[in-house]
Design a protein. Structure first.
Length: 169
């Protein structure tokens, strides 16, 4: 069963919330500060989190996303086990249906190295992926969209990064 929880928190209350997240080991951090962007396996780095403007910590079990608004941190959780400290907004999910989508990320894996190379932008990406399945593989971001009866997405969350087959060489 999915839960939707949200609140506007002080920076200290938000960090306390993040400290209390039970970790399964498959969480991914995608976060942005004015000087840095990270997409990596989540480890608690409070000095970086304090500087972020927005971000997400996601896994197949749930996603905590945040952004800074007027000196507060707006936090939203969508998933199976909401952390303490947020208000229950789960009734907003009633009548909505979840669907999964995969969205390709930049680059194609070169051999079985831990990097994906994007030739159009001449950039190497090191994504936090542990599998080594496809020599010329791509990486997809698995998303979960909660749609109304007209098929309009009302809520969404990131679930995982997934290695998928790419072009044949």
């Amino acid at each position: 069963m999915a839960f939707l929880h949200a609140a506007d928190l002080t920076a200290d209350a938000w960090l306390e919330l993040v400290r209390g997240i039970p970790l399964a080991g498959d969480e991914v951090l995608m976060a942005f500060s004015p000087a840095e962007a990270r997409l990596e396996v989540f480890t608690l780095d409070e000095s970086f989190l304090e500087r972020t403007d927005q971000g997400r910590i996601f896994s197949p079990q749930g996603e905590l996303k945040w952004r800074r608004v007027n000196g507060m941190v707006r936090a939203v959780y969508l998933g199976e086990s909401p952390p303490a400290g947020l208000e229950d907004r789960s009734p907003l999910l009633e009548g909505l249906s979840p669907t999964l989508e995969e969205r390709f990320l930049w680059g194609v894996r070169h051999d079985l190295d831990k990097e994906w190379i994007e030739l159009e932008a001449c950039h190497r990406f090191r994504y936090p992926v542990t599998t080594e399945e496809h020599s010329r593989g791509r990486l997809a971001l698995v998303t979960e969209l909660w749609e109304d009866s007209a098929g309009v997405p009302r809520f969404g969350r990131y679930r995982a990064l997934k290695e998928v087959p790419g072009e044949k060489s």
